[in-house]
Design a protein around this ligand. Structure first.
Ligand code: DX5
Ligand code: ZN
Length: 222
């Protein structure tokens, strides 16, 4: 089988928003593969972040794929706006969509890659009838809403099971992990079956982005 691509996606949630352009260019230079953008509405999660205008701004400062993680209720209302702003991948939470399959089709129609997100307590059974509608599964490894939380250990087994199911149902799918991802646990996450690693505080709170991303990549090579 072809070797699966390992992708580091820094989450700008932990970046300095007063210097967003410099921060994005710094992680790009440091070896980031995608830019992960966390959109929160203060309803689905207890925090508020940013909307399409900020994504439009980000689009102007990088050519890297923009990976938009929507932590908002009824995300179908904003798919087109985020795609038009420059999103390449758009992921929606199972828990926030009444008509999930319709919303995923909408993302595809808009021309973005559809992803589906599961909160830590949401079962993988939620994926049973949508395997062909998605290009990425995002497994939350913390409860969404904030950066800098601790990885929930029971998620390791969930990643393993998700990879087994994905190998059967849609082997090219990306398995992304988000929350508490660091250089120290990244190899275990890869071994469990993840191949897209979102990391916010571990990168943006470090003194040297390049060294942190390089260490993550070196650890993934083992
Ligand atoms: C949390 C967000 C994450 C967050 C991860 O709701 O989805 O993307 O930025 O932050 P860290 O890597 O600090 O756990
Ligand atoms: Zn995220």
């Amino acid at each position: 089988m072809e070797k699966r691509q390992m992708i580091i996606a820094p989450s700008i949630l932990s970046a300095d928003f007063g210097h967003l352009e410099e921060e994005i260019q710094a992680v790009e230079k440091a070896g980031a593969d995608w830019i992960h953008v966390d959109v929160m509405d203060g309803h689905f999660v207890p925090n508020i972040t940013l909307g399409p205008v900020v994504v439009e701004g980000i689009r102007k400062c990088t050519n890297l794929p923009i990976d938009v993680h929507l932590m908002i209720e009824s995300p179908e209302r904003y798919i087109k706006a985020f795609k038009d702003a420059g999103a390449d991948l758009i992921s929606v939470h199972v828990e926030a969509c009444t008509h999930l399959q319709r919303t995923l089709a909408l993302i595809k129609e808009a021309g973005a890659k559809p992803g589906v997100v599961l909160n830590p307590a949401t079962s993988l059974y939620a994926l049973d009838y949508i395997w062909q509608d998605i290009e990425m599964i995002l497994l939350m490894t913390v409860n969404p809403g904030f950066g800098g939380q601790v990885f929930i250990p029971s998620m390791m087994e969930k990643i393993r099971t998700a990879r087994k199911k994905a190998d059967r149902e849609n082997p090219n799918i990306h398995i992304q992990v988000d929350g508490g991802v660091q250089a120290s646990n990244i190899l275990d996450l890869k071994k469990a079956g993840a191949n897209v690693f979102v990391s916010g505080s571990a990168i943006f709170n470090s003194d040297n982005y390049e060294m942190t991303i390089k260490t993550m990549k070196t650890n993934l090579d083992q």
